[in-house]
Ligand binder design. Sequence first.
Ligand code: DON
Length: 314
Amino acid sequence: MNSEWAKLEQQLPAMLEESRKQAAKGNVAEYIPELAFAPADALGITVIDLQGRMITAGDCRLSFTMQSISKVYTLLLALMDNGEEGVFAKVGKEPTGDDFNSMLKLELVEPGIPFNPLINAGAIVISSLIHGADPDEKVERILAFFRKLADDPSLSYNKDVYLSEKRTAHRNRSLAYFLKDNEVLDEDIDVEEVLDVYFKHCSIEINCRHLARMALVLTNDGVDPHTGEELIPRRYVQIAKTFMISCGMYNASGEFAIQAGIPAKSGVAGGILALVPGRYGIGVIGPALNKKGNSTAGVDLLEKLSQAYDWSMF
Ligand code: DON
C-alpha cells in the first residue's frame, strides 16, 4: 500500500493531464444557467487515505456545487431519520436505464414510486423525508450533517446557483407535482417547500478535498477516521455504496462498474465522489460533461487510475 501511495503521488499529475484532453469532448451544463460559468477544461483531483494523507493534482481547489452528489448523503440522513422501511416505502432500489430527470417510469410502472433515491424524482422524495419542523430546519440539519462529514464547519449552499436552479427547474417541478398527484408526496406536503430543500442541498458548495473527505467516511464504513466517532450506521453505508455502484453514474453506471469497478456518484457541476473501499476517499472535478451528465475527463481519470492500480472491487 505504501509503495502504491508513493507511485500515485508521482504518477497522478501526468495521468491527470492526459485525461484533461477528454474535457474537449464534453460540454458544461447550461440548463441551470449559473453552472454555465464553470471552466470547461478544468480537471482536479484529491485523494485522502485512512491515515489522513492527501494527494492533490490539477484544479483541485476549484469550488463547485455538489448537485446530485448530495443525494447520496441526503439518502443517508433520511435512512437515519426514518429507517429502511420508512425510506423504501417511498423509493425503490432499482436502476432505471433512463436519464436522471426522466419522468417515463413514474407513469409506466405501478405503484409510481421513483425507481431509486439517486434519480431526481427519488431525491425529491428523499428531501421530503428529512426530519425538521420547516424547510429551513431541514436544510440546517442537512448542512450540519454534511459539515461533519466534510470536516468543515463553514460549508454552505451557493445562493446564486440555488436561485438559478429554482427559477429554471420546470422539469423537477413537474416531477414533484406528479409525485404529489400519485400521493408519493403525502397530502400535507407543500411541493414548493420540498423543492426548496432539494435545490439547496444540490447547491452546497464544496471542493475536491471536501468530496474526498466525505467519501473517506464511507470508505471507513461510516466512522470518522480521525475522531473514531460513528457518523453513519454501517448498514446504511452499505446501502449507499450499493446504490453508487448500481445508479451513481446514472445510465452509465454499468459501463463505469465494468471500467472502474468502484462506488462513485456524479453531479452536473462536474464533480465525482468515488471511493476505494477500506483505502481511499476521492474527489474529482471536471465541469465538461458527456451526454449522460458525467464529467468526461473525470470519468476517464478514474477509469485509468482504477485500471492502473487494480482498484476494481470485482
Ligand atoms: O436537479 C437537477 O437537475 C440538479 N440539481 C442535479 C442533477 C444532477 O446533478 C444530475 N447529475 N449528473
